[in-house]
Design a protein around this ligand. Structure first.
Ligand code: RB5
Length: 148
């Protein structure tokens, strides 16, 4: 499974800690940066990660900014991306089960690191309920009139 991580300056510490955590757990992780607290624009990082997720079916993206909000807004502009911000495990679980989320965003300044690890673990451990026709139908409708 391909896991792509990215952050802005508000999330790079949490992003680095999560990358280390998942690597230690045996996951293959691609860290697309940033690696310092120098100011960057979060939509640029969201684009890099989302393009990887779109190019690699089945991949997941993880984006960390100060709150997770800007990354979430940016990621959902990309066709084929279903991004959720999550502040607890239940949100992460439901985003996978019902919404087939393929990108998770987190707040490096608003969520405790241990909570973030638990959120990521829950996201990765939960499958989309693809046997439930209503969920498949609703997720297809997310693409909307502009997505086609
Ligand atoms: C950067 O200061 C901050 O605005 C950004 O990390 C993020 O929280 C935006 O949603």
């Amino acid at each position: 499974m391909n896991l792509y991580f990215g952050s802005d300056h508000g999330g790079y510490k949490m992003k680095g800690a999560l990358v280390d955590y998942l690597k230690e757990a045996g996951h293959e992780v691609v860290d697309l940066g940033v690696f310092t607290d120098g100011s960057v624009d979060y939509p640029d990082i969201a684009r890099e990660v989302c393009e990887k997720v779109i190019e690699n079916p089945g991949a997941f993206g993880f984006l960390v900014c100060g709150t997770g909000i800007g990354m979430q807004m940016s990621a959902n502009k990309f066709k084929g991306i279903r991004s959720t911000v999550a502040t607890d495990e239940h949100m992460a679980e439901m985003s996978r089960k019902h919404n087939n989320a393929n990108v998770l965003t987190l707040g490096g300044r608003t969520t405790d690191l241990e909570k973030a690890k638990a959120i990521v673990d829950k996201f990765l451990a939960t499958d989309f309920e693809a046997s439930e026709e209503r969920h498949v139908r609703r997720v297809e409708k997310i693409e909307g009139p502009l997505g086609g």
